[in-house]
Ligand binder design. Structure first.
Ligand code: HEC
Length: 110
């Protein structure tokens, strides 16, 4: 219990009052539904960047949610190296925004 409270405190400080707490179960469901898991997971390096590292990179960037939601649909390259993320046109606007929000709510690497 004490550890749980400590974790809550740490995450509260780390995300600077972002509206959402980490919920990897719901995030993984969305990643599965939208076929992201072949290239990304929360904690393990696959073809694309580790999503927990994405959260760290954009910590404190107020425009990150919109930026990442757009990138999720459009794909692109050059931010994390030369690998290319193909466009993900099958992702709905609502899912793209929610996935971006949930990625950004991931706590820094444990
Ligand atoms: C074929 C592999 C592949 C698939 C499928 C894929 N990605 Fe990516 N993703 C990448 C690569 C490679 C990058 C790095 C692009 C770059 O460096 O600009 C990336 C980057 C990202 C980033 C960081 C963007 C940035 O500019 O920092 C996010 C967020 C992301 N992907 C989410 C998703 C989501 C959500 C899905 C599923 C709808 C998905 N990706 C599907 C390969 C993939």
């Amino acid at each position: 219990m004490r550890r749980f409270i400590a974790l809550l405190l740490v995450s509260g400080v780390a995300v600077f009052g972002k509206a959402m707490a980490e919920d990897t179960e719901q995030l993984n469901g969305l990643l599965l539904k939208n076929q992201c898991l072949a290239c990304h997971t929360v904690d393990k390096r696959k073809y694309g960047p580790v999503l927990r590292e994405v959260a760290a990179k954009y910590a404190g960037d107020a425009s990150a949610t919109a930026k990442l939601a757009a990138k999720i649909k459009a794909g692109g390259t050059g931010v994390w190296g030369d690998d290319i993320m193909p466009p993900q046109g099958h992702v709905s606007d609502a899912d793209a925004k929610q996935i971006a929000t949930m990625i950004l709510a991931l706590e820094p690497k444990k």
